[in-house]
Design a protein around this ligand. Structure first.
Ligand code: NOJ
Ligand code: CA
Length: 699
């Protein structure tokens, strides 16, 4: 079916009637909307005269068999311009400018009389557009078979891609030409996809980062994913056409809606300078303003946790006993024999609270505190874990008192193992429990298949679930950090208590040998386009064989781990390593203690996806600046131009650099630290080891 649409579109789009042109505020981008002779809506985009997207089809097909992407007539157009500045609660910049020109198009399908509106917003850094379905008597309830949106590219671009998969985004990124995606996608994956998607089954995920041969950086994603499934992109690798491939529900349907409805925005961020992609606020600008009235309780959080020890193979675990015959709500754990390796015990958690308090951290995450972890590895539980009953050796009341007395709070953990319907049933008691014991933040988890109906993690049903959790948590003044959820689309502007997400390979994959040295030079161009990531950096002991069974080695030098606090923006940052490892390197640890995670302003100084990134930021409300530079497997020199500093003043910079003999695979822990007087005229040259980085703090 998809193939038919693509060929048909190619034939139809040449003869355009009623073309409307929209130009970006700075005049560099131009978007043209038109209807073909047969009434197919289409758009195209250029940047400084170069084509970014050739004429591409817009519209839908509905169930059972309604073609809603042709036979339209134009009934109205409206041009608008808007230039405003708004303040995110937490962010990379205190002020965000939203300057765009808008084209609103009202269409009517001649054969059915059904109405479809399109809204395009063109910014200096890209295009967003969405579908709007006005309330109408003849079209009330819709089941979408597929969205017809295309992105017709101009050539065989270099792509930074993940294979499509409606359940997970935890893949290593592949860098290749679009024409090579087929040979680099496993047959198994294609089969899985073919079973749930219309042919062709070759597809990738968004955010998709592309680089054209004529030097354009193009990022395709979406904004404001609400009551709609995530968009993946089917790839026609001969004509370089991407088309929307929505994550289905279990029956293969894509979206259910009632008219009086809008789709998420489809976004194309574009520039001839890679730094502009990282500096873009287009996705945030397309989301609705904050809906939480009092946001005073939403704060940046730097935390440590009873967590990494579960991954390094040192013996400690989430579970309390070896007994697997547990029935949640019925089993009396006090009658079971503990296996003695339970990580979340009161004594150990107190040690972490002490450590957090001593070193100025806000919080301690504790996983494995609650009943039900005995079959963790199988993740086959149909009944979820308890979210209100602690293991016998985890004293909730005492720990709450102790943490509060030290000025630290505990982060709650809700691993749902994807028993989502059950979680929704228990969510209010769980949040009330958190309120009672002073937990202001929760880490949620969605490991495994969605229960009860095996819905996809990226489908409409689950998107509604994640959004509902964020909104409900807001009512309880709870911040949310979701793991294994659909990748973000800027919705944290609207619900800033959704403080971070995982939704990509984080540090945990280092313990499975799953990340490459270029991983974090790509993530800001892909995963982070939609919002902050709980990447959990800060691993100082990169050789996991020291713990015994685990032989993995980190893909990064120690100093690169420091730089990630700046290059991977998140208002929620973990110092993920064991406290013992920080105690061994107190001078390097100082950077993690000092670094901010909420900012007045950010400067993207150097960037090339897959190769290197250098970013500097000013801490919110403070005269302190932090910079991070990272590289892939190649050594290089980063240039840190300090002209962002106020002129005419002297500052002290502390420079954390890779040692001369450092490298990610041979000598990751070699580093040197020095201080230097600097001014706005200083330009620092920072040597980066293979897989290395540099971090700088300036006061
Ligand atoms: C996967 C999460 O990413 C990880 O952080 C967590 O520890 C485990 N699931 C257990 O919930
Ligand atoms: Ca590279």
């Amino acid at each position: 079916m998809k193939t038919f649409l693509l060929t048909a579109a190619a034939l139809l789009l040449s003869l355009t009637v009623s073309a409307q042109t929209l130009t970006s505020p700075d005049g560099n981008l131009e978007m043209v909307f038109g209807l073909s002779e047969t009434g197919v809506p289409h758009y195209s985009l250029t940047c400084k005269g170069k084509s970014v997207i050739n004429e591409s089809r817009l519209g839908y097909t509905f169930k059972p068999a309604y073609v809603f992407d042709e036979g339209f007539e134009l009934i109205d157009t409206e041009f608008n311009e808007s230039d405003t500045v708004w303040q995110p609660v937490l962010g990379e910049n205190k002020d965000i400018r939203d300057h765009h020109k808008e084209l609103f198009v009202a269409l009517r399908q001649k054969s059915t009389g059904w109405l479809l509106n399109l809204r395009f917003r063109l910014f200096d850094d890209g295009l967003g557009f969405r579908y709007e379905f006005p309330v109408q008597d003849e079209l009330r309830h819709v089941i979408v078979k597929e969205e017809s949106t295309e992105f017709r590219l101009t050539g065989d671009h270099k792509a930074f891609w993940l294979p499509a998969d409606f359940d997970t985004n935890e893949f290593p990124t592949t860098t290749s030409k679009l024409s090579e995606v087929d040979s680099l996608t496993s047959e198994v994956r294609k089969e899985v996809l073919a079973a749930h998607a219309p042919a062709p089954c070759l597809a990738v995920q968004t955010p998709l980062m592309l680089k054209s041969e004529d030097g354009l950086y193009i990022n395709i994603h979406e904004a404001a994913l609400v009551n709609y499934p995530a968009m993946h992109l089917a790839l026609d690798d001969r004509n370089f056409v991407l088309s929307a491939l929505l994550a289905p529900n279990r029956n293969g349907d894509k979206v259910f809606f009632q008219t009086g409805y809008t789709s998420p925005w489809r976004t194309i961020v574009v520039s001839d300078d890679a730094r502009d992609i990282l500096a873009s606020n287009l996705i945030l600008n397309l989301n609705e303003p904050c809906k939480i009235e009092d946001t005073s309780w939403i704060k940046p959080v730097k935390y440590v946790g009873v967590w990494w020890e579960y991954f390094v193979g040192g013996g400690s675990t989430w579970s309390y006993t070896d007994n697997q015959d547990i029935i949640i709500g019925q089993t009396d754990y006090t009658k079971l024999k503990p296996h003695g390796r339970h990580g979340a015990n009161t004594r150990h958690v107190k040690d972490y609270i002490d450590f957090a308090a001593e070193h100025g951290f806000d919080a301690v995450l504790v996983e494995g505190w609650n009943e039900g972890w005995e079959d963790n590895f199988a993740y086959h539980k149909e009944v979820m874990y308890s979210f209100t009953k602690a293991y016998p050796d985890f004293d909730v009341e005492e720990l709450q008192r102790y943490a509060a007395s030290k000025g630290v709070f505990l982060i709650m953990h809700h691993e749902t193992t994807s028993s989502v319907a059950e979680y929704e049933r228990h969510m209010h008691e769980a949040f009330q429990f958190m309120n009672r014991y002073g937990y202001p933040a929760v880490k949620t988890g969605y490991v495994g298949r969605i229960i009860p109906r095996s819905e996809y993690h990226d489908g409409q049903w689950m998107v509604n679930h994640y959004n509902r959790v964020a909104r409900t948590a807001a009512d309880y003044h709870i911040m949310v950090n979701s793991h294994e959820a659909v990748r973000p689309t800027g919705y944290s502007r609207t619900y800033p208590n959704w403080i971070a997400q995982e939704s990509a390979r984080g540090t945990e994959f280092e313990s499975f040998k799953g990340n490459r040295p270029d991983h974090c030079t790509i993530l800001p161009f892909t995963r982070l386009m939609g919002g902050p990531m709980d990447y959990t950096p800060g691993i100082f002991e990169g050789d996991l064989s020291v713990y015994g069974s685990n032989k993995a080695k980190l893909s990064s030098t120690l100093v690169k781990q420091l730089a990630l606090y700046v290059t991977m923006y998140s208002p929620l940052q973990m110092a993920a390593d064991l406290k013992e490892n920080y105690e061994k390197y107190p001078d390097a640890f100082q950077f993690i203690k000092d670094v901010a995670c909420d900012w007045d302003q950010s400067w993207i100084l150097e960037a090339e996806p897959g190769d290197y990134i250098t970013i500097a930021r000013k801490a919110k409300g403070q005269d302190e600046w932090f910079a991070g530079a990272i590289t892939d497997e190649n050594a290089r020199t980063a240039t840190l131009d300090l002209s962002f500093l106020p002129a005419g003043k002297k500052f002290t910079a502390t420079i954390y650099a890779d040692g001369k003999d450092a490298s990610w695979n041979e000598n990751p822990k070699s580093y040197r630290i020095c201080t230097k007087k600097v001014t706005s005229k200083t330009v620092l040259k920072l040597p980066l080891a293979p897989g290395g980085g540099a971090a700088v703090s300036i006061k």
